[in-house]
Design a protein around this ligand. Sequence first.
Ligand code: SAM
Length: 175
Amino acid sequence: MEIVVLRLGHRIARDKRITTHICLVARALGANKIIISGEKDQSILNTVIKVNNNWGEGIDIEYRKRWKEVINEYKKKQFCLIHLTMYGEKIQNTIQEIRKKENILIIVGGEKVPSEIYKEAEFNIGVTNQPHSEVAALAIFLDKYFDSTELEVNFKDAKLMIKPDLFGKKIIHVS
Ligand code: SAM
């Protein structure tokens, strides 16, 4: 099983924080790889590499200028293409069918999503049919896809781990 997230149309000036959050959510909630298309932003790639380094091997990251090439490549590899959009079919009506797919490419947009994406996707999926955020949509999608089992996953080779605590911060430094 492989879960890849494609972030469309990154703009350095406007999207740095939200694209970073997409990467961190994808990593924390069980995706295997994130592909950023649009403008190349090495600082985001560096942040994700650093997080993997400290908190454990979580996610591969790749920059690809052209989303079309990514889509063609993953279609050839027989991934199921899922586009998260407020216009899509309700997630609660489709998630069981999507869970049967072994390898999926989850596409999240930015300000304007090209109409081609809606046609290329096997599933256009709404996490509610209200406008909100690609970070929230991705988080809820992954949690539903994994039925919350991703919440228990341990990350390999972590240098830092948290001991969950009701009253404060407890970090374990693994030597
Ligand atoms: N008109 C856009 C749409 O199609 O959802 C909203 C743009 S929103 C600023 C950026 C991205 O957030 C969208 O491309 C989509 O991936 C995600 N998004 C926002 N609301 C969503 C929703 N209710 N369900 C699924 N994805 C959503």
